[in-house]
Design a protein around this ligand. Sequence first.
Ligand code: BDP
Length: 475
Amino acid sequence: VAVVACTGGTTGVAVADPVSTATIAIDFDHPAGRIASDFVGLSFEMRELGIGNLDAAKGNAAALFRTLGRGNVRVSGNTLDRDTLWVPEGQQPPNPLPSWVNDVVTPSDVKRLNRFLSVTGWTALVGINLGRWDAGLGVDQARAMSSILGPRLVAAECGNEPDQWVGKGFRPAGYAYPDYRADWGTCAAAVGGKRVAGPDTAGTSSSWAASLAADERDRLAMLTVHQYSAGPDATIATLLSPATVTAQLRSVSANLAAAKANGLPFRVDEANSAYGGGVDGVSNRFASALWGLDYSMQMARAGVDGINVHGGLGVCDAPIWNGKFQRYTPICAATAADEQAQVYKAMPIYYGLWMARRMGAGRFLPVTLSTDRNTTAYAVRGDDGRTRIAVVQKDDTTAAPVHLDIAVGPRTRSADVLRLTGDSLGAEATAVQGATVDRQGHLSPGPAERVRARGGSLGVDVRAGSAVLITLDGC
Ligand code: BDP
């Protein structure tokens, strides 16, 4: 056990007469569920492989991944079934290409992904086109992915959002779970082993995930579903409303329970603030950073094994494909030249994920929070023995600060505080301890604030519309 010297230190930022005090009590003696080191993940479209992205030899993408720590990247999305054709080693793409094909993905794209994973220490979930299934190609892709990616491939994913295939024209009306199970089984047999995740349903209300968990637990590596907080009608107010993340948790709970009942890990392997590419002014603003942190913590504490926040690697303010924007993307290029060079900037939600990542790995500690403000709090006893507390204050930045009174007991003399702040909920500017991600993809937060405990309690003032990550010194 490391002994941390408790010397020096100052109190937190002094704020005159904070109008509200939130009290936080932590049950240090009853660690609960785990948050794994790869809880935080990212998700991208299959087309990104076809167009040469996720290249460790170019730009700053690998550094941006490493800045988040180790994680899991999922590559699939709508473009998997709709637009991308697998072309085996040594073969030329058909000429002309089938009319539905926009991009081809080849073993050399998988090799590039493998280098990216080896440089970043991330693992991957990668899709196989099941919407437009071709048995020969499916088997070839599965074999190539296993041999190239080895253990870095956590699982293959057979198709994207099969519960929407009728509407997308991939299957005839009436296509239902038993049909899907048969399709999935064909793809799973091509992959072999226990190396397929699914069903990647669009709707958490669909029963397909629970059915697949029960029927195919011996072949499933992991149960996966998608979840967006809202659609094109998302606003900052709804995203940060106290009801939102709890409603999101409720909405995945049946799927989560089904996974656990069948002994399967469970990831929300495509998640973000709003489907349809996100909402400008919401998904790409500081509010999304607070939502991203709160959502991550809420899901992790409930036993979800990971989330993959969806995005795209194009120009931030331009349509990425099919005239579609990806306003919710955690990283994107500021200009077309940066897109070419694969130099990306971190969007606000990236910072929320950075904070979430710093909470793990470890085990959640039960927290009792008493507050009259739109505030949430989470505590994790890290595998390194340190206790970390995340507090997300989701009121407008113009509201009065909240004073946190945290009962830490006699063993804690001081704590380090990192602050996630934005100019306003609706502004893009986001920082951790005043620092932003640089062009090289690194984030070096300014020195943490040192706060001293008095009489077994820790006082920290939190600006409205901001979050803090408090690390107890444990002495
Ligand atoms: C999901 C798709 C993804 C889309 C996303 C969205 O898997 O490809 O980009 O929706 O609507 O259904 O933004």
